[in-house]
Design a protein around this ligand. Structure first.
Ligand SMILES: Nc1ncnc2c1ncn2[C@@H]1O[C@H](COP(=O)(O)OP(=O)(O)OP(=O)(O)O)[C@@H](O)[C@H]1O
Ligand SMILES: [Mg+2]
Length: 251
């Protein structure tokens, strides 16, 4: 993925002034930076939730700037939200099924005109949902209400929702925020496994530097709406500009 010169303001305040970076296919790339640096806004622009004022995003040779979130999902790029948006009254399985990649309208037409095909499609989706649950070790809680899940399980379900769309690249906004270090380590392991075994590319916004150091390479640093630098975790951790950005010194 190539992100070039993204800009976006809110009420005259620049949230993104020049975000530019590449995410190589097959990597787990981190996007870090202090609060308010523009990381979530970059995700919103990349995933079509908020249009950028200028700049471009290319994925696998295709420009996806300005497409709708559904169109971007169909290109193979799916994101999760910093604050998980679930339906508390649905079970884990129902939540996963809800995020299968077909369009409800199409589904209804197929059900009306070719019920056999619709049943087959439903069976496929059910298989996929069970496979995703198993992959994330949520198979023992598939009939539980999402509201009853632990914090860590909710985070995993958020990844599961993304997986249901069978993406090539997943953008994760703070996948371990608010969970204890042991669970955080487990979530990181699941992500690493999906990267190694399924070839999924990840771009991860995360403040937990243990997780970033453990699974992410390279690390991209943003500050005040722009990309500051990119490198290995050790490179960025020892860089004076990055330390200044986190300590709030304004150059
Ligand atoms: N929808 C919005 N309306 C108004 N201002 C916004 C909106 N989204 C983001 N901003 C502002 O843009 C700036 C960047 O916010 P953003 O959420 O992208 O930061 P972030 O790097 O994700 O921070 P954090 O690490 O705290 O999640 C902030 O000043 C924020 O208040
Ligand atoms: Mg954010």
């Amino acid at each position: 993925m190539r992100v070039f010169n993204l800009r976006r303001s809110f009420y005259g305040v620049r949230a993104l002034s020049d975000a530019r970076f590449d995410v190589e296919q097959g990597t787990i790339t981190a996007l870090i930076g202090p609060n308010g640096a523009g990381k979530t806004t970059a995700f919103n622009c990349i995933s079509g939730v908020i249009p950028p004022e200028s700049g471009s995003v290319h994925f696998a040779g295709t420009e996806i700037t300005g497409l709708t979130p559904d169109q971007i999902n169909a290109c193979g790029v799916v994101r999760t939200f910093q604050i998980a948006r679930g339906f508390p009254t649905l079970t884990v399985l129902e939540t996963l099924l809800l995020h299968g990649d077909d369009q409800p309208g199409e589904r209804m037409l197929t059900a009306l005109f070719s019920p056999g095909q619709a049943r087959q499609r439903e069976a496929e989706l059910l298989d996929r949902a069970h496979a995703v649950a198993k992959r994330l070790k949520l198979d023992h809680v598939v009939v539980n209400l999402t509201d009853a899940l632990s914090g860590g399980q909710k985070k995993l379900l958020e990844i599961g929702r993304a997986l249901m769309a069978q993406p090539r690249m997943i953008l994760l906004d703070e996948p371990v925020a608010g969970v204890n270090p042991t669970l955080g380590g487990e979530i990181a392991e699941r992500i690493q496994q999906l990267n190694e075994e399924d070839g999924l590319t990840f771009l991860i916004v995360e403040h937990d530097m243990d997780v970033v150091a453990q699974i992410c390479d390279p690390v991209i640093v943003m500050a005040e709406g722009r990309t500051l630098m990119q490198g290995s975790f050790d490179d960025i951790a020892s860089d004076a500009r990055v330390q200044d950005a986190y300590l709030g010194k304004r150059g």
